[in-house]
Design a protein around this ligand. Structure first.
Ligand code: NDP
Ligand code: GDR
Length: 335
């Protein structure tokens, strides 16, 4: 049985990836952080009580900022594949906590890579790189060869993590891949990212429990896909013959305004009646346009996105309606 280790297992992608790997027969280990309240809601559905069975999903406390915890975890688990998804992943917040973002998102990656070297094991390694590394538009669409020009502390930290991964591949012959993933969303998306903020607010407005929605820049364009499709690409990269870097995207771009319009009109609502602009959501430097060319991933890995923009919106709105109705009825269930 193959063993995988996931950092960031409690996040959106970590939960979908854990489900995928379990379905493929892996033993899955996930690093979680100690928190004053429960932070494992996204993986509750697949959690197995270690007292009851021999579980194939195991959680262990650790932190990307704590090298000794990483060293110990690697020595103990000896995984065949490591997926480094842990990060301070919010772009706007990275302007408020730039140093912390660099600690986790940039240095956390080299800590993990060094832990691999020190443990003497030879796992395959996946790094969660981001389209935010492209930042200021240099080329349309963006592909693997497009120069990076990050526009936030988060983007800059991801550029470091990307290049250190490439360096460890070249210097130590590590089977390391960077997936340069464009925005991907789902009903499990964090509530403060713009798509989920919109679908959740629209559902709440429809049910009469919210009356306004405050947003920032509606003109930004993003290439939005479905997280479930994108975690499959992560796994495919580590099954390829050679380690390499891949852009993962839909090849379609939409403004935040279009996302807003389609979400509200799905619920027969006019977004202009509810949305107000609050400059606090503007970023000091913005990424205006992202659109990815994933043809290399299609050619080499056979990967293609399955869920369309319209289907993604429908899936997210329906899920938020379900959650909000359950809250209203006092029967809130798992997402
Ligand atoms: P989330 O923000 O949903 O999840 C981030 C995860 O990282 C959480 O499990 C979080 O734990 C964990 N984490 C944060 N800080 C630490 C730390 N110090 N040590 C260990 N774990 C930590 O992100 P997504 O699932 O959306 O994204 C996954 C990865 O992919 C991230 O690296 C993100 O930057 C990157 N990415 C995401 C894209 C997207 O569109 N979603 C696109 C491109 C890249 P906790 O739950 O305790 O906070
Ligand atoms: P992004 O996602 O910054 O692309 O990073 P986010 O959803 O936060 O922003 C997308 C665009 O929407 C605009 N926007 C708002 N954003 C938020 N969060 N809140 C608002 O109220 C709002 N109003 C307008 C933003 O200015 C931006 O242009 C995501 C994260 O998942 C990263 O970790 C990942 O690397 C990239 O996607 C690819």
């Amino acid at each position: 049985m193959k063993k995988a280790l996931i950092t960031g297992i409690s996040g959106q992608d970590g939960s979908y990836l854990a489900e995928l790997l379990l379905s493929k027969g892996y033993e899955v280990h996930g690093i979680i952080r100690r928190s004053s309240s429960f932070n494992t809601a996204r993986i509750d559905a697949i959690y197995q009580d270690p007292h009851v069975a021999e579980p194939r999903l195991r959680l262990v406390y650790g932190d990307l900022n704590d090298a000794s915890s990483l060293n110990k975890i690697l020595r103990t688990i000896q995984p065949d594949e490591i997926y480094n998804l842990g990060a301070q992943s919010h772009v706007r917040v990275s302007f408020d906590v730039p140093e912390y973002t660099a600690e986790v998102t940039a240095l956390g990656t080299v800590r993990l890579l060094e832990a691999i070297r020190e443990s003497g094991i030879h796992p395959k390694f996946y790094q969660a790189s981001s389209s935010e590394m492209f930042g200021m538009v240099q080329e349309i669409p963006q592909r693997e060869s497009t120069p990076f020009y990050p526009r936030s502390p988060y983007g800059a930290a991801k550029v470091y993590a990307h290049w250190i991964t490439v360096n460890y591949r070249e210097a130590y012959n590590l089977f390391a891949c960077s997936g340069i993933l464009f925005n991907h969303e789902s009903p499990r998306r964090g509530e403060t990212f713009v798509t989920r903020k919109i679908t959740r607010a629209a559902a709440r407005i429809k049910l009469g429990v919210q009356h306004e929605l405050f947003l920032g820049n509606l003109d930004a364009k993003r290439d939005w896909g479905f997280a479930g499709d994108y975690v499959t690409a992560m796994w495919m990269m580590l099954q390829a013959e050679q380690p390499d870097d891949y852009v993962i995207a839909t090849g379609e771009t939409h403004t935040v305004r279009e996302f807003l319009e389609q979400t509200f009109s799905y619920l027969d609502l006019d977004w202009k009646r509810y949305v107000k602009i609050d400059p606090r959501y503007y970023r000091p430097t913005e990424v205006d346009l992202l659109i990815g060319d994933a043809s290399k991933a299609k050619r080499v890995l056979g990967w293609e996105p399955k869920v369309s923009f319209g289907e993604l919106i429908r899936m997210m709105v329906e899920a938020d309606l379900h959650v909000e109705r359950a809250i209203l009825n006092g029967t809130r269930g798992a997402r």
